[in-house]
Design a protein around this ligand. Structure first.
Ligand SMILES: *[C@@H]1O[C@H](CO)[C@@H](O)[C@H](O)[C@H]1NC(C)=O
Ligand SMILES: *[C@@H]1O[C@H](CO)[C@@H](O)[C@H](O)[C@H]1NC(C)=O
Ligand SMILES: *[C@@H]1O[C@H](CO)[C@@H](O)[C@H](O)[C@H]1NC(C)=O
Ligand SMILES: *[C@@H]1O[C@H](CO)[C@@H](O)[C@H](O)[C@H]1NC(C)=O
Ligand SMILES: *[C@@H]1O[C@H](CO)[C@@H](O)[C@H](O)[C@H]1NC(C)=O
Length: 396
């Protein structure tokens, strides 16, 4: 019988397996000694599967347990447990909401119902299409739409990311617009104007701007919106993980927002995603050298990320009718960057099932080009981690 990952992750008949008594086993290829565990309880095997599609040694097909190597798991769990930052611990905790536990009839006649643990991960494992495509329901469960005090609640001008049960991370320039101050946050939906049984509009109670932010310059474009109630988490509403290291493990990241393909200034009804690459400091500084919102030193790469799609350069900017032709090296850049402002730039996590890390916040770019061809500037979240943690989890 050919086994797939969904076989191992999809269903757990947990109540009839006593995992308090560890069953010893041997990992087939490495010959390391191990213990039989559920796949989700063995981060090492999980990461290997995600990276290399490596199938684990099966312990007992009836209980879907796998042989988890002993040495590696014990060292990683004991050494990191005590030193983990609060954002790291919360990331693991929030990741549990991908799973749903249901009671189902016991396959053994006459026995009590058993618990089934269902994995609702909506990620696309395959490489994303360059140029943007529609997101799936539940694929970016941290995405928020931000509405304003002088408009209707669904007069959205910006995006944001849920980072805890009470806080949304966004761009400081999204804190107030011509439509008033940020007042509403809709969560749990990929459609802009549709309300579903999973979506809910919360009231923003407080806007906490980074104290160094000034609307005159592009730096420190970061804000925390505190909601007036605790958000109920489920598989459609899950906070995104914060970055606890500065290491960019990939050269690519995924931007998501309610912008048209490539995130030009038009608005899309459905949430879009696009894969983009980091630009070199040199290229980015050359492109943005004339921008009045930047200080004389150009872009501060400690605090900012410069990223865009390199593959379709020109396509969106030069050719399309109705769009202004742009001279690549002297563009008009603006922070009222359509409705994708404030939204996340994210990467997959390989240590927590189905979760992302937010590396950037969409800050500014060209209104005409969107993300294709011309790199946009993102606030680098890692730089602000201490500030974020001190507000979101003050007692930790
Ligand atoms: C969705 O809900 C919001 C907030 O309750 C409301 O303002 C908006 O009109 C609703 N939209 C639709 C299409 O029903
Ligand atoms: C504000 O800027 C100063 C000087 O660069 C820095 O030391 C401080 O940590 C910043 N504050 C916050 C909350 O980011
Ligand atoms: C751009 O195209 C090259 C070659 O076709 C490919 O290797 C690269 O991954 C593409 N970039 C993105 C962002 O997909
Ligand atoms: C550039 O943006 C400013 C507002 O920031 C606007 O007044 C001006 O007309 C724009 N220039 C062009 C060429 O679009
Ligand atoms: C956001 O989208 C709405 C609806 O299309 C539009 O009216 C508004 O001007 C956009 N906001 C910005 C900042 O581009």
């Amino acid at each position: 019988m050919k086994r797939s990952l969904s076989f191992l992750l999809g269903v757990f008949i947990s109540s009839i397996v006593d995992l308090t008594k560890a069953t010893p086993c041997t990992v087939e290829d490495t010959k390391l000694s191990g213990e039989c565990k559920f796949m989700t309880d063995c981060p090492v095997l999980f990461a290997e599967y995600q990276k290399y599609r490596k199938m684990p040694t099966i312990c007992d097909p009836r209980y879907r347990t796998v042989c988890c190597p002993l040495e590696i798991t014990t060292t990683t769990t004991t050494t990191t447990q005590s030193t983990k930052r609060i954002s790291e611990r919360k990331c693991h905790e929030y990741g549990q909401h991908i799973f749903e536990t249901k009671l189902v009839p016991n396959p053994v006649f006459g026995e009590l119902p058993v618990e089934k643990r269902i994995n609702h991960c909506a990620h696309n494992v395959v490489e994303l299409i360059v140029g943007g495509e529609e997101a799936r329901e539940g694929e970016f469960p941290h995405m928020a739409l931000i509405g304003y005090s002088e408009g209707k609640p669904d007069d959205y001008q910006c995006g944001g990311s849920l980072i805890s049960e009470e806080f949304i991370l966004s761009a400081a320039h999204c804190s107030s617009t011509s439509k008033g101050v940020a007042k509403f946050a809709k969560l749990g939906n990929i459609k802009r104007y549709q309300n579903t049984s999973n979506s809910w509009t919360y009231i923003i109670e407080k806007r906490i701007l980074n104290p160094n932010y000034s609307s005159r310059v592009a730096e420190d474009d970061i804000v925390l919106f505190k909601l007036n109630e605790v958000v109920k988490l489920n598989r459609f509403v899950i906070p995104i993980c914060l970055p606890t290291t500065d290491v960019l493990t990939t050269r690519k990241a995924i931007a998501s927002g309610w912008g048209r393909e490539g995130f030009a200034s038009d608005v899309s009804e459905v949430l879009m995603k696009v894969i983009i690459e980091y630009f070199s400091q040199e290229t980015c500084n050359r492109i943005y050298s004339d921008d009045s919102k930047l200080t004389q030193n150009g872009i501060n790469f400690d605090k900012m990320i410069c990223a865009g799609s390199t593959n379709k350069t020109g396509d969106t900017c030069d050719g399309d009718s109705g769009k202004k032709p742009i001279n690549k090296f002297s563009m008009n850049l603006t922070q009222t960057y359509s409705n994708v402002s404030g939204g996340p730039l994210q990467i997959f996590r390989d240590d927590v099932e189905c979760m992302y890390t937010i590396v950037g916040i969409t800050s500014f770019g060209s209104v005409y080009c969107g993300l294709i061809g011309i790199p946009a500037i993102y606030t680098k979240v890692f730089y602000y981690l201490d500030w974020i943690e001190s507000i979101v989890w003050p007692s930790q």
